[in-house]
Design a protein around this ligand. Structure first.
Ligand SMILES: Cc1cc2nc3c(=O)[nH]c(=O)nc-3n(C[C@H](O)[C@H](O)[C@H](O)COP(=O)(O)OP(=O)(O)OC[C@H]3O[C@@H](n4cnc5c(N)ncnc54)[C@H](O)[C@@H]3O)c2cc1C
Length: 286
């Protein structure tokens, strides 16, 4: 099935875009986090969202979700790995290696991607990977290191331990780690990926760990890597006032297009992006 629009990200920007798209009668899929966004969930008390004073983040997240669901917005709990612009449509690859299709895309991924480790960009595709499901076959019977930014990634380490000869898992979070017994957990701070023609080792503050592959699993990937060819302005996606990016049919909104990082600004931009998508879809019909 080809959707009219796929919205990547289920925070205030993405859900706001999705409800307006639904009201404008477009088929829309939101790919993101079934719990909305950690940045909403974890806020202690929010005082600057118009009409909803002194609200707990978890309550606001529930209101966002209830609103979206009441309009029939479909939200799936996946991460998009790469967005390919195919001309009149987009092909989106999930980290579970599924392909989705849409005529337009809204990027509302927030700003969680963090700074790359030295060597990460240099060796990307040459021993460094962001997606266990996509690249697992390359490392059958081999030794890998996985850096996980949240508990969610532990399932990926378990999965890789069924395929690889050795899996070293480095959590960059504090929670207790619960992985298969054949995954070796190393609590050390990653510093740099080193190598020659390909990545060969990970330097931590304590040691250098040699391996065949290095998986860096974060909550989100940087927009430049998510959408090849996307024009950036530092860490943010370049957009105009209509939330158009430099790629036709691809729109962006919320924290990912720049500060101030605020719920109401994100939701407002989601609304603008949705209206621009509707104009774009209409132009395709002419
Ligand atoms: C603790 C805390 C308190 C805050 N308090 C306030 C406040 O009081 N008032 C205020 O105005 N602002 C506050 N903020 C800022 C506010 O959280 C952000 O500005 C807002 O959440 C941005 O919304 P967004 O939709 O752009 O991005 P986010 O809320 O970050 O949502 C991004 C979504 O995209 C998903 N995603 C990312 N990459 C992918 C991918 N590749 N595939 C699929 N999904 C993806 C994420 O999982 C997430 O669901 C606070 C932030 C924090 C952290």
């Amino acid at each position: 099935m080809r959707y009219d629009v796929i919205v990547i990200g289920s925070g205030p920007a993405g859900l706001s875009a999705a409800i307006t798209l639904k009201i404008r009668n477009k088929s829309v899929l939101v790919v993101g986090n079934a719990e909305v966004s950690e940045k909403v969930e974890k806020a202690h008390e929010i005082n600057n969202y118009l009409g909803i004073p002194a609200v707990k983040g978890s309550d606001l997240a529930k209101q966002f979700l209830d609103h979206a669901k009441s309009l029939g917005v479909e939200i799936v709990n996946h991460q998009i790995h790469t967005v390919y612009a195919m001309g009149e449509f987009f092909s989106l690859q999930t980290t579970a290696n599924e392909m989705l299709e849409a005529s337009a895309v809204v990027l509302a991924t927030g700003v969680n991607f963090g700074k790359p480790y030295p060597g990460e960009n240099e060796f990307l595709g040459r021993g460094v990977s962001y997606c266990a499901t996509c690249d697992a076959p390359l490392y059958k019977g081999k030794k890998i290191v996985m850096i996980g930014s949240s508990k969610k990634e532990e399932a990926e380490a378990d999965f890789m331990s069924e395929i690889c000869s050795e899996v070293i898992y480095i959590p960059t979070y504090q929670d207790e780690v619960d992985v298969n017994e054949n995954v070796q957990v190393v609590r050390e701070e990653p510093v740099e990926i080193k190598g020659g023609l390909k990545a060969m080792s990970l330097a931590t503050k304590e040691q250098e760990i040699e391996a065949d592959g290095f998986f860096i699993l974060r909550e989100s990937v940087s927009p430049g890597q998510l959408v090849p060819g996307l024009a950036m302005d530092g860490n943010h996606i370049q957009v105009n006032r209509k939330m158009d990016t430099n790629i036709r049919g691809c729109f962006a909104c919320g924290d990912i297009v720049g500060a101030p990082y605020q719920y109401i600004k994100a939701a407002g931009e989601g609304n603008i992006a949705a209206i621009s998508v509707v104009e774009y879809l209409n132009s395709l019909k002419k």
